[in-house]
Design a protein around this ligand. Structure first.
Ligand code: TGC
Ligand code: FAD
Length: 397
């Protein structure tokens, strides 16, 4: 079979890109895709099963991601690459084709830690923190969720009160990606002027972390509790450019956008694995891909994958044009995470018993995607965001 297009020579139909989405990318975007894909192949794939099994995040990978220009890559200045949003999305997709933990690493560093400094920080804060964070020499984390306030961060108890010109930060954050290995935390706390963001260096007296163990999902990623026991911070620890919940929620738009793309990488990995398996595994005297029921599964996966990839690209182009709205990001997160999970479950069934092992990536992706379904706004919260967008009626409370 061949694909033709206006002014393009026919070329073989690629089962991994049947819609020829490749042709919608610029040369630079393709270069970034190939570079990150190569990194994942050489640096992540040989060890990911072991990291996942041991519950280990390879911290030494972070400066390597920095060298590739992937940390804060869609930010400008201060050592950041200044790539477009689509390129950032593509990097997320390629990293998550390896493992969601790898994509989480750049989401948390670039979107959740660097972006609020870049957007809401003072010039001094930007100069101090962004260059080493872009290089991966300094690891950041983002503390919004608390033990009693997950979907509803407006209720947070963590507080920062004035003591002279200093701040005293007190409270607990939990489920914080990279908390245990972070050199700096962006912490959202209640103040007399509403919710504000604070830049909290690791060595701050009274700041401690405890890692969360026995996770069955995102095992190749550190998740931690952050405890602030009356931490004294200087006046200039606050991010001066924002107050109110719109600070952390505005930050989340950036990372949620990356997820829209990232999960399509995990889904693609499941599809490619299932397709290869279906054409080689023989039962009843022929490859299982030759049975109509298996073909239906593969085709359903293919169609959902293609739709999700096109949606990600559409939202990416809108973001690059400066007209992407938060509700549209919710549309993408809602659809693409759900689609990726369904793809993983369907692909797993094609592998039969082999599908439940770590020898193949599918169950690992499936377990990771359960976290992605929940973090950065649960599936239900994004449903309610869209429900409000179309009815004008908020239904959260
Ligand atoms: P609401 O009254 O709607 O809004 C408060 C203020 O915020 C503004 N706002 C936004 N601004 C920018 N972007 C958005 N997406 C925004 N959504 C709301 C809003 O305009 C308002 O501004 P103002 O000026 O009027 O004050 O707030 P609400 O309390 O009713 O809550 C709404 C809700 C439920 C949608 C919100 O709380 C929410 O999104 N909850 C989910 C929490 C969440 O996503 N947490 C994620 C934690 S971080 C994480 O999971 C990282 S995982 C890391 C990894 O990748 O490893
Ligand atoms: P809850 O808010 O208690 O929700 C439980 C269930 O109730 C969900 O199904 C939810 O959708 C539903 N629900 C809640 N409210 C409503 C409603 N109004 N209507 C209908 N259903 C509702 N947080 C950070 O701040 N920083 C991080 O780096 C970070 N990393 C994470 C990494 C991992 C691996 C995980 C699992 C989580 C991480 N989180 C992080 C926390 C994550 O953002 C929260 O888990 C998420 O926001 C949901 O909060 P919760 O778990 O407390 O669930």
């Amino acid at each position: 079979m061949t694909a033709t297009g206006p002014g393009r020579p026919p070329r073989a139909l690629d089962p991994a890109d049947i819609l020829d989405i490749e042709s919608l990318l610029t040369d630079e975007e393709r270069l970034i895709r190939d570079t990150v894909r190569g990194f994942v192949k050489d640096r992540v794939m040989p060890d990911i099963e072991d990291w996942f099994e041991r519950g280990h995040f390879p911290k030494e990978v972070v400066p390597e991601l920095g060298k590739l220009g992937l940390l804060g890559m869609h930010l400008t200045g201060y050592g950041c690459a200044g790539a477009n949003a689509v390129s950032y999305g593509i990097a997320c997709m390629e990293l998550e084709a390896g493992d969601s933990g790898m994509r989480s690493a750049i989401s948390v560093q670039g979107s959740l830690s660097m972006w609020p400094i870049w957007k809401y920080g003072s010039e001094e804060q930007k100069r101090e923190w962004l260059p080493p964070m872009a290089a991966g020499e300094v690891i950041g984390c983002f503390g919004l969720t608390e033990p009693d306030f997950g979907s509803d961060p407006a209720g947070m108890r963590t507080s920062a009160r004035r003591d002279g010109s200093d701040w005293i930060l007190a409270g607990t954050k939990t489920w914080i990606t990279n908390g245990g290995i972070a050199d700096v935390a962006i912490v959202w706390a209640r103040t007399d002027d509403g919710i504000q963001g604070f830049v909290v260096p690791r060595q701050t007296k009274g700041f401690s972390t405890r890692d969360i163990h026995r996770k069955l999902s995102l095992r190749a990623s550190v998740t931690s509790e952050l405890v602030f026991d009356d931490c004294r911070l200087p006046a200039d620890a606050v991010l001066p450019g924002v107050s109110g919940l719109k600070g952390p929620l505005g930050t989340l738009n950036e990372a949620r956008f990356g997820i829209v793309w990232g999960v399509m990488g995990a889904a693609r990995s499941c599809y490619e694995t299932a397709l290869e398996y279906a054409t080689s595994r023989v039962q009843f005297g022929k490859p299982i891909g030759g049975f109509q029921l298996t073909q239906r599964k593969l085709v359903e996966i293919l169609v959902e994958l293609g739709k999700g990839q096109l949606l990600a690209l559409h939202l990416g182009r809108m973001k690059d044009e400066g007209r992407l709205r938060p509700e549209q990001v919710s549309f993408g997160k809602l659809n693409n995470v759900r689609a990726a999970l369904e793809i993983a479950r369907e692909a797993r069934s094609i592998l039969g018993a082999n599908g439940i092992t770590l020898e193949y990536p599918i169950s690992r992706h499936m377990n990771n995607l359960e976290s992605v379904f929940t973090y950065e706004g649960t599936h239900e919260i994004h449903t309610l965001i869209l429900g409000e967008a179309i009815t004008g009626l908020p239904a959260y409370r």
